[in-house]
Write a new protein. Structure first.
Length: 220
C-alpha cells in the first residue's frame, strides 16, 4: 500500500456511452478532488486485500474492489463490486466475515466515522453512492434466482458491462479481469461449469476473450 497525495489520484469514472465518457470523467474527477482534497489517498496494487476497521469506511477513487464473504463450508460468495466513488467497509454491512480485495490497481480514500459525521456534504455524496450499491445488490439477488447457470452468467456479465464496461468496437470490454473462480463464486456454481459455459458463449459469438484475458460482451 502506497500513500499518495490527493492531487495525484486519477479519479476517473468510466461512462456507459462513448459520447459522454470524457465529460463525465472530468466532472467526477473534479468533484472528488474538491470534496476529498484534505484527506489522504492510498494506492493498492491488483490482488491486494484491503484492511478493514470497525470505525472506518473506504471510498473508491480509481479501480474496482471485490467484496466477499466466506461461508462455514469454506465457499466464497460475492457480495458486490465497489467501483469509483462507491463506499464500502465494516460499518456498511452486517455480513461477517467480510473482506475486500482489489481487482485492479486502485486508489482509495479512508474516512473514519467521526470524519464522516462532521461533513454533511460528504454524507450527501455517499448517500447517492449507497443507492448505486443497493441497486447493484438487488440486481445480483435477482439474477441468482434464475434456474439455468447460463442465464445467470449472461445476466451477470451484462451487469458488469454496465458498471465496469468500456465501449469498444465489438461491444463492451470489462475493465477488470475476473477469474473463472470469481464468476463461479458470484453465481453459486463451479469453476468447471463457468469454463464450459464461457467457451460456449464465445463459440456463439456472445462474448470474446482478449489476449490479456479480458472479456468483451458483444450482446446487449
Amino acid at each position: 500500500m502506497v500513500l499518495i497525495k490527493p492531487q495525484q489520484a486519477g479519479l476517473a469514472l468510466k461512462s456507459r456511452t462513448v459520447e459522454t465518457s470524457r465529460n463525465s470523467s472530468v466532472t467526477v474527477r473534479e468533484h472528488l478532488n474538491h470534496l476529498y482534497q484534505n484527506f489522504p489517498v492510498h494506492s493498492f496494487h491488483r490482488g491486494q486485500n484491503i484492511p478493514l476497521e470497525d470505525n472506518q469506511i473506504w471510498i473508491v477513487l480509481r479501480g474496482v474492489v471485490l467484496l466477499n464473504t466466506l461461508h462455514p463450508s469454506g465457499d466464497e460468495a460475492l457480495l458486490g463490486l465497489a467501483v469509483p466513488s462507491m463506499p464500502f467497509g465494516v460499518p456498511l454491512t452486517q455480513v461477517n466475515p467480510y473482506s475486500a480485495m482489489t481487482l485492479s490497481d486502485a486508489e482509495l480514500l479512508p474516512l473514519t466515522l467521526d470524519e464522516l459525521h462532521r461533513s454533511p456534504t460528504i454524507q450527501q455524496a455517499l448517500n447517492q453512492q449507497l443507492v448505486r450499491r443497493l441497486k447493484q445488490s438487488e440486481s445480483l439477488t435477482a439474477l441468482l434466482g434464475l434456474r439455468r447457470v447460463e442465464d445467470r452468467l449472461k445476466q451477470f456479465l451484462l451487469l458488469l458491462s454496465q458498471s465496469v464496461g468500456e465501449p469498444c468496437e465489438q461491444g463492451h470490454l470489462l475493465s477488470v479481469r475476473l477469474t473463472h473462480q470469481h464468476l463461479a463464486n458470484a453465481l453459486g456454481t463451479t469453476r468447471v461449469t463457468v469454463t464450459r459455459i464461457l467457451n460456449q458463449l464465445r463459440s456463439d459469438g456472445w462474448l470474446q476473450i482478449t489476449q490479456g484475458r479480458h472479456i468483451i460482451v458483444c450482446a446487449g
